[in-house]
Ligand binder design. Structure first.
Ligand SMILES: [Zn+2]
Length: 230
């Protein structure tokens, strides 16, 4: 059992505590001369506080994390989906009140799940233009033709493999999705019509080399909490 993924919760109070070895971390008292270790068990304290209440251990789905803050933000407020021992679905909030205090947890919804929706999809125009200009060598690809290429990409930007999008390292709701094979075929055909032979060969190679790299679409999502039966 991966303890880091488990929360001990009180369903009556909506309170939650993460089950980690830190639950058993000692705290110290200092009387001015000597520091004395006080054995403290946060979990025991939590259980005592919620004695007689309805408690349950939840398993957090770490992949479900959503937040509008970057991963690096220590004060970030975010949400996870979690499953109870009896099969209930929960949304738990994780936040921090103070930079030097541990993160707090609470149950915010029962029988709801996190649903993501696309907020914005964008071609990586600046990076594509820069890379074409770097790689074109002696080929005369005028700016108009780069614009044509970007226009063709723009036309197809909703034809992407969203399920296989690669998550961004910095922002939880940002990812990079490749065009579908069908979209790549259509983009290639439109380029064949628009570009002269030499230019087309270059653009065709560019598409093949970059389709899972710089040609990926930047997807930004937002989220909401959806009732299970909706
Ligand atoms: Zn309670």
């Amino acid at each position: 059992m991966k303890r880091r993924n488990k929360l001990w919760t009180c369903l009556d109070c909506k309170a939650a505590i993460l089950l980690t070895p830190l639950n058993q971390a000692p705290s110290y008292s200092f009387d001015g001369q000597t520091a004395t270790e006080i054995p403290e068990d946060d979990l025991a304290k939590f259980r005592k506080e919620h004695q007689g209440h309805q408690t349950e251990i939840l398993t957090i789905d770490l992949q479900s994390y959503v937040s509008y803050s970057p991963y690096s933000e220590p004060m970030a407020e975010g949400y996870f989906q979690a499953i109870g021992e009896k099969g209930g679905t929960y949304i738990v909030k994780r936040w921090r009140n103070c930079i030097d205090q541990p993160r707090k947890w609470a149950i915010v919804f029962q029988q709801k799940h996190i649903k993501k929706e696309i907020e914005k999809i964008e071609i990586q125009k600046v990076a594509i233009t820069r890379l074409i200009n770097e790689e074109k060598g002696d080929l005369q690809i005028i700016d108009n033709m780069i614009d044509y290429f970007l226009g063709v990409l723009e036309m197809h930007k909703d034809k992407i493999e969203l399920d296989q999008a690669v998550p961004d390292d910095t922002f939880p709701l940002k990812s990079y999705a490749s065009f579908t094979d069908q979209a790549i075929a259509e983009i290639t055909l439109l380029c064949k019509r628009g570009f002269k032979d030499g230019e087309f060969n270059f653009i065709n190679d560019f598409i093949q080399q970059q389709k899972d790299d710089i040609l990926r679409i930047v997807v930004e999502q937002n989220y909401w909490f959806c009732p299970l039966n909706a």
